[in-house]
Structure formats: C-alpha cells, structure tokens
Design a protein around this ligand. Structure first.
Ligand code: F42
Length: 145
C-alpha cells in the first residue's frame, strides 16, 4: 500500500483527517458554506503516493462532476495532472466509497451542461472562471469496471 502524503495546506489536510477519520460523518462541508464535499483519493503521478483531495460534491445523476478550479488560480491544481495520468480513483461521499474512473470533458455542449450544473451547486465557480485565463477543467466519473 502506497504511503499517504497529506496536502501541504493545513486547512485541506485537516478536513481530510476529520472527514476520513470519522468514516464520513464529520467535516462534510466547505467551511461555513454548508455545501457538501467529497474526498477524491488519487495517485501522485510522480511519487506514486496516495493523495486525498477534497472537492465540492456536484452530481449529474449517479455521476460526480469534479471541477479543477483551485479558487481561480492561474494554473491547474496538481491533482488535475494526477487524474489525467491515473483516472481510476476512489470517491468518498459521506459514508459511501465508490471506485470510479474519471475523464476530462472536452469543450463543447456536454461540458457547458455539466459546468452549469456545477455553478448551480457551487456558485463561486463562476467567479473563479472569470478570474483566470485558463478554461477550468471539468471531469465526469463513471463506475470503474
Ligand atoms: N479545489 C478545487 O480545485 N475544486 C474544488 O471544488 C475544491 C473544493 C474544496 C472543498 C473543501 C476543501 O477542503 C478543499 C477544496 N478544494 C477544491 C481544494 C483542493 O482540495 C486542493 O487543495 C486544491 O485544488 C489544490 O490542489 P493541488 O493538488 O494543487 O494541491 C497542492 C497544494 C498540493 O497538494 N501539492 C502537493 C505538494 O506537496 O506541493 C503535491 C501533491 C501531488 O499530488 N504531487 C504529485 C505526486 O506525485 O505526489 C506530483 C505531481 C506533479 O505533477 O508534480
């Protein structure tokens, strides 16, 4: 089993510890927004280490939409590159854990549809997109198998 390397950002590492440590019964929302969060367990593309990334919980039917916004920062988050390199990940949604495969949704009507769902679930995504020149990547999950 690969080693777990926590995020260097304390608030992120703390949320993962609370969420995972409670078996998905505590630390379930983003700060004081009350909006739900999932934990994506992914593999570091260079270290091979276990990485755990909290993201907003956005769903399209039974699939999860993952938005690589990183607060509208100029560069994609590192986890974006991890998911492109190894798309088989685990998603913890409260007490449920799903093995899924994710893929980036290319520009086009389907991405627009998923983006609108994401903004409805977490309105700050819209401001994050306005803040940055990059097109914020959107992934969709499907059950691995
Ligand atoms: N971020 C989002 O992008 N979208 C969201 O919807 C979102 C929601 C959210 C909710 C709660 C919460 O606590 C955090 C939330 N975040 C959200 C922040 C998110 O969890 C990430 O912290 C953020 O997106 C930054 O991701 P990052 O992968 O760039 O993290 C950096 C800080 C990081 O961990 N860097 C590590 C480090 O040590 O510097 C490297 C991590 C890594 O994967 N390394 C790879 C490896 O091999 O291990 C190397 C990869 C390479 O290419 O170098």
């Amino acid at each position: 089993m690969a080693e777990y390397l926590p995020s260097p950002r304390d608030w992120v590492a703390d949320q993962v510890e609370l969420y995972e440590g409670s078996g998905g019964t505590d630390g379930l929302t983003l700060r004081d927004t009350g909006l739900p969060v999932i934990i994506v367990t992914n593999k570091g593309r260079r270290t091979g280490a276990v990485r755990k990334t909290p993201l907003m919980r956005v769903v399209d039917g039974g699939n999860y939409i993952l938005v690589a916004s990183q607060g509208g920062a100029p560069k994609h988050p590192v986890w974006y590159h991890n998911l492109v390199a190894e798309p088989n990940v685990e998603i913890r949604d409260e007490t449920a854990v799903h093995s899924v495969r994710v893929h980036e949704v290319p520009e086009g009507a389907e991405r627009v549809r998923l983006w609108d769902i994401a903004v409805a679930a977490f309105p700050p995504y819209k401001e994050y997109q306005e803040k940055t020149d990059r097109l914020i990547p959107v992934f969709i999950s499907e059950l691995a198998g």
